[in-house]
Design a binder for this molecule. Structure first.
Ligand code: GUN
Length: 293
């Protein structure tokens, strides 16, 4: 049976470190790190994520500000709020929860966030830094950064000689994951919906990262024996075994099946999910320290 990678425990260690760093910053400069989270509309999953981000920020000793805007908020109003947050000295990190309603130009909103407050790491400046290896001053997107820490917890920092396959090519996970794995010396392939023989490709992976948003798509016989499997998916499916109308969360990996083959595997929930929020706290404390000079 595979080692189950405890993302909750690693995330708790990370946030404990952030809390200590926030106390030190306050003692040295009187500054309190500030995180602003903007949510537009009523998406239930997004609301849960945003509430968790706020709760964790407060637990780290941060100022946590939430701006919940109605679904019909216009582009200009949203851009105006971002401008305001960019100029607010009490706010060091600005995050706009995605997805945004269809009438809003998501790309324009992301590029409006000041790069030095872009704790999501989605601004072109931060994307470009990560892609060119300027990692000391880049903000790295939280989910891939957290996934890397979990991979390191199993395999160490140097992935020389390892084959990594990332399934999914999103800007939020797949592409930054590619860059991080490459920077750690892995040999990386990014697979997606047009990839030929995906099961065969996955079987070549010493490190398999699943970020496609398809419940339990990756089966046990897609997993190379002993591989490290990182499941980024969070999908809600019907769970009639729990009672009528009940649901449960599953990843993009068929966990029970894949755990038979894998050397180490992340569960859902309790794997990558808690790491995403922990890394957001890391990016915010880093932003606050940078602004302190
Ligand atoms: N929606 C899903 N994941 C993310 C994320 O990492 N950041 C933001 N802002 N929105 C998301």
């Amino acid at each position: 049976m595979a080692q189950i990678i405890d993302g909750k425990a690693v995330a708790a260690e990370v946030t404990e470190g952030v809390k200590t760093a926030a106390e030190m910053l306050k003692a040295q400069t009187g500054m309190q790190p500030g995180l602003a989270v903007v949510i537009v509309g009523e998406d239930p999953a997004s609301k849960v994520y945003v509430a968790n981000k706020g709760r964790t920020a407060r637990a780290c000793g941060f100022l946590s500000v939430e701006h919940a805007l109605p679904d019909d908020t216009g582009q200009e109003a949203l851009m105006g709020l971002i401008d305001e947050l960019n100029g607010d000295p009490a706010i060091h990190g600005v995050l706009v929860q995605l997805p945004l309603p269809g009438h809003i130009d998501e790309g324009a909103v992301i590029q409006a966030i000041a790069p030095d407050k872009d704790v999501d790491g989605f601004h072109f400046t931060n994307v470009g830094k990560l892609g060119t290896g300027v990692t000391d001053s880049a903000f790295v997107p939280c989910t891939p950064a957290g996934s890397m820490l979990l991979i390191e917890s199993v395999l160490g920092k140097d992935l020389s000689g390892k084959n990594a396959v990332v399934v999914g090519r999103s800007n939020i996970v797949g592409k930054p994951m590619f860059n991080l794995l490459l920077a750690a010396n892995a040999t990386v392939t990014v697979a997606h919906s047009r990839t030929k023989d995906l099961p065969g490709l996955c079987r070549t992976a010493d490190i398999l990262v699943a970020a496609v948003g398809r419940p339990q798509m990756i089966k046990g016989n897609w997993v190379k024996p002993g591989a490290t499997v990182i499941d980024v998916g969070i999908n809600r499916i019907a769970a009639p075994e729990k009672g009528e109308g009940k649901t449960r969360l599953v990843g993009d990996v068929d966990f029970d099946d894949a755990a038979e083959a894998a050397g180490a595997i992340t569960p859902v929930p309790g794997g990558v999910g808690p790491m995403t929020i922990a890394m957001l706290m890391v990016n915010t404390i880093v932003a606050a320290y940078r602004s302190a000079g």
